[in-house]
Design a protein around this ligand. Structure first.
Ligand SMILES: *Cc1c(COP(=O)(O)O)cnc(C)c1O
Length: 454
């Protein structure tokens, strides 16, 4: 069967794209290619491959067939032209930013995954890359004012970790493109099921596939994808014009990334330069786990989103909960942006504030029986963490304030359990934390507006 992927819809692509069983002994599931290297076959073929006239797997630090299926599949989901898999979300973010911003600056904001914000202090300045942060990335005038002559990338999370703030991608892309700068979007939380950033002007999309793309909490991995639309040949990006000995043709003439890979220079530069030297390759087994997880992406994300909306409805009306940050919350400032960018909902990850003392919040977490207490998201199991002291603990109090993360913040990642069980668990834990005895079954109560104001 020859799948012309452009005509297929997302649910179909999740289980089919990027894999042709006929090329693999008709194996229905993608076999695991657990090998470090691939035969060069003969010297004539070796010459063609080394001159980039033919693509073939060689040494698995640069590519392996399982990662390749994953790359093609997510490209199909996101409408990208090329992708490269890496061994973690952090390596995907770091490679993407270093690849774009060499010798220049990154423009971004604080409302990001904690590790990413921390890397802006600890990694980039030491590699000669500056970072400028604006407080509200959706304030397009402030963003415009923060662009400097040597700004080389704007970086944002489409839906931010942990507060589920929605980025105005079209507006932000407009500012970036007016200055000849690419927009790099971390789309880890929504996944292509809820949002496809390239449709809204993103030039590069990165993922931690550890999270909802895989969804089973059993592998660490990342992806960088390229839209194929950005003009990397502009003088602002000399790295793509640089003649490289490793890219020489058969006559020994050195060539640039743009000459050899004109369709996908961004991802190709990561694959031929950063991946071989820094070596953060996604292994075949990890890629294979992620491919299995990806098959159920739509079903999982749909239910997780609906479950989260039920849990949010409960929390919003609980007297010990001071606020809930998610576009589905009644008083969220992101209703309009979510309607535009996330028509299927904003996913299952959000924060809420538990009033009271730190001791009471600790008791709340320690009293949860169903929620797992750890720093992952997008899992089929529901998870809880105290983000200011875990996923974002590297941030100073001032940076946490700039990231809209007060000390009382608790993050939930809602899984596939029955929402009544999740609500009952949260309810009994809140009761224990505050030594109260309110009734706690979502299936026998309706949590209405009146209850909150009662
Ligand atoms: C977890 C996360 C990362 C880092 O990914 P790892 O796979 O843990 O390295 C990057 N961005 C976001 C939004 C994340 O949630």
């Amino acid at each position: 069967m020859d799948l012309t992927e452009e005509q297929l819809r997302l649910d179909t692509l999740c289980v089919r794209a990027g894999y042709a069983p006929g090329e693999h002994n008709n194996a229905v599931a993608v076999p695991i290619f657990q090998t470090a290297a691939f035969n060069a076959v003969d010297t004539a073929r070796q010459k063609r491959v080394f001159a980039f006239e033919e693509t073939a797997f060689g040494y698995a630090r640069s590519a392996n067939p399982n990662a390749a299926v994953l790359e093609k599949r997510v490209c199909a989901l996101d409408g990208a032209v090329s992708a490269v898999a890496t061994c973690s979300g952090m390596s995907a973010v770091t490679y993407a930013l270093l690849n774009a911003a060499e010798g220049g600056r990154i423009l971004t904001t604080y409302s990001l995954y904690g590790g990413t914000v921390d890397s802006f202090k600890k990694v980039y300045p030491r590699h000669g890359v500056g970072v400028d942060l604006v407080e509200n990335i959706n304030d397009l005038e402030a963003l415009e004012r923060a662009v400097r002559p040597d700004t080389k990338a704007v970086f944002v999370e489409s839906v931010s970790n942990p507060n589920a703030e929605v980025a105005d991608l079209e507006g932000i892309a407009g500012v970036a493109h007016a200055h000849g700068i690419p927009l790099i979007v971390d789309n880890t939380i929504p996944t292509p099921y809820l949002e496809q950033p390239i449709r809204f002007g993103a030039d590069v999309v990165v993922y931690s596939v550890t999270k909802a793309l895989n969804g089973h909490g059993n592998a660490i991995g990342g992806l960088v994808l390229e839209s194929g639309r950005f003009d990397w040949s502009a003088p602002k990006f000399p790295q793509f014009h640089e003649k490289l000995y490793t890219l020489r043709d058969r006559q020994g003439r050195e060539r640039s990334v743009l000459e050899v890979f004109p369709q996908a220079p961004f991802v190709s530069r990561i694959r031929t330069l950063l991946l071989p030297f820094y070596g953060a390759t996604l292994g075949a087994f990890e890629a294979s786990l992620v491919l299995i997880g990806l098959e159920t992406l739509s079903a999982r994300l749909e239910k997780q989103t609906r479950n989260a909306e039920r849990v949010i409805g409960f929390l919003e009306n609980h007297p010990r909960v001071s606020w809930v940050k998610h576009p589905a919350a009644k008083d969220s400032p992101f209703h309009a942006l979510a309607k535009k960018y996330l028509p299927r909902g904003a996913g299952g990850i959000f924060t809420f504030g538990v009033a009271g003392t730190e001791e009471q919040r600790d008791r709340f977490i320690d009293s949860l029986r169903l929620f797992s207490f750890h720093a992952n998201i997008g899992d089929v199991r529901s998870l809880v963490t105290n983000s200011p002291r875990s996923t974002h603990r590297e941030l100073s109090l001032n940076e946490q304030a700039l990231a809209h993360l007060p000390p009382e913040s608790i993050r939930l990642s809602i899984g596939l359990e029955d929402p009544c069980d999740l609500i009952a668990d949260l309810s009994q834990a809140l009761n224990r934390a505050f030594e109260e005895r309110t009734a706690a079954n979502c299936c026998s109560h309706s949590y209405t507006q009146e209850q909150k104001h009662a």
